[in-house]
Design a protein around this ligand. Structure first.
Ligand SMILES: [Zn+2]
Length: 236
C-alpha cells in the first residue's frame, strides 16, 4: 500500500483499514459535522460499521494506523489521543453548521484548460452525449502544511457535480490527463452508486474498472500520473 499516492477514493482507504485492523469494515465517508467518527458492531463477528468524516481522507500513515487500532479497540487510549489531535488539527475541514445551504460557484473555464470543452468531447465520444452533470474547477483548499496528496477529481451525486482539482489547471499538466480525470468522474455520474449484497457502497465496481481500462488514453494518463516528477511538481 503506497500511502504517498493520492487517496482518490474511500475504497482504497477502507482496504488499508481492513488490512491494518484485520476486521471487515463497512465504511461510510460523511460530511457530518456532529459525528466525526463512529464504530459499531455489524452483527457478524469481525465485522464493523465505521462512519467517518472526510477529513480522514487526508490523514497520514501514523493517523491511519491509529485509526485502524482504534477501530479494533475503541477504548485504546493512545490511538484515541492521536485521533483527537488529528481532529483538532483538521477543524478547518468541518463544514460550519450555519453555512448549510451554501451556494456553489460553477466555473469550468480555467487559465489553461477548459473543463466544459473536455466534458463535451468525452460525453460525445464515450457516453453518446447522455450525461447531464455539471462540471467545475474546485476551489483551492487552504493549505497550512506541505501538501502530501491530491485528489484529482470528485463527483457529488446529490449535486450532480464534478469537481476537478484546481492544481490541474497548469501549463505542464497535459490536456489528455485532465480529460482522463474528467472521464473518470463522468463514469461515476454514468454508473451511479451501487451497493454490494452486504449493502456496502461500491465506488469502483468491476464494471467501473473494466470501462475505465477501455478508455483509449487510460495507460497514457496512468503513466503520467505515476511519474513521480509530475506528482512532486503538482504537490509543490
Ligand atoms: Zn473514482
Amino acid at each position: 500500500m503506497q500511502l504517498e499516492l493520492p487517496w482518490n477514493d474511500s475504497a482504497a482507504l477502507q482496504e488499508m483499514l481492513e488490512e491494518e485492523s484485520g476486521l471487515s469494515i463497512a465504511l461510510t465517508v460523511t460530511d457530518n459535522s456532529r459525528n466525526l467518527l463512529s464504530v459499531k458492531p455489524d452483527g457478524a463477528p469481525e465485522r464493523v460499521v465505521v462512519r467517518m468524516h472526510h477529513m480522514f481522507l487526508a490523514a497520514d500513515t501514523k493517523t491511519l494506523r491509529a485509526l485502524a487500532e482504534w477501530i479494533r479497540r475503541p477504548k485504546a487510549q493512545r490511538s484515541g489521543e492521536l485521533l483527537d489531535a488529528f481532529i483538532r488539527a483538521n477543524r478547518h475541514r468541518i463544514r460550519p453548521q450555519a453555512r448549510r445551504p451554501r451556494t456553489i460557484r460553477v466555473c469550468s473555464r480555467g487559465r489553461c484548460h477548459d473543463l466544459q470543452k473536455l466534458y463535451d468531447e468525452v460525453n460525445q465520444q464515450h457516453f453518446d452525449g447522455q450525461i447531464q452533470a455539471h462540471i467545475t474547477w474546485g476551489q483551492m483548499p487552504q493549505q497550512r502544511r506541505r501538501r502530501r496528496s491530491i485528489r484529482f477529481g470528485s463527483y457529488n451525486h446529490e449535486l450532480n457535480l464534478i469537481r476537478i482539482h484546481p492544481l490541474l489547471d497548469q501549463d505542464f499538466v497535459p490536456e489528455f490527463f485532465v480529460r482522463y480525470i474528467v472521464f473518470h468522474e463522468m463514469l461515476h455520474a454514468f454508473l451511479g452508486i451501487s451497493e454490494s449484497s452486504s449493502g456496502r457502497r461500491q465506488i469502483h465496481t468491476r464494471e467501473f474498472r473494466t470501462r475505465e481500462k477501455a478508455y483509449p488514453e487510460y495507460a497514457r494518463a496512468l503513466a503520467w500520473q505515476e511519474k513521480s516528477a509530475n506528482l512532486t511538481r503538482l504537490l509543490k
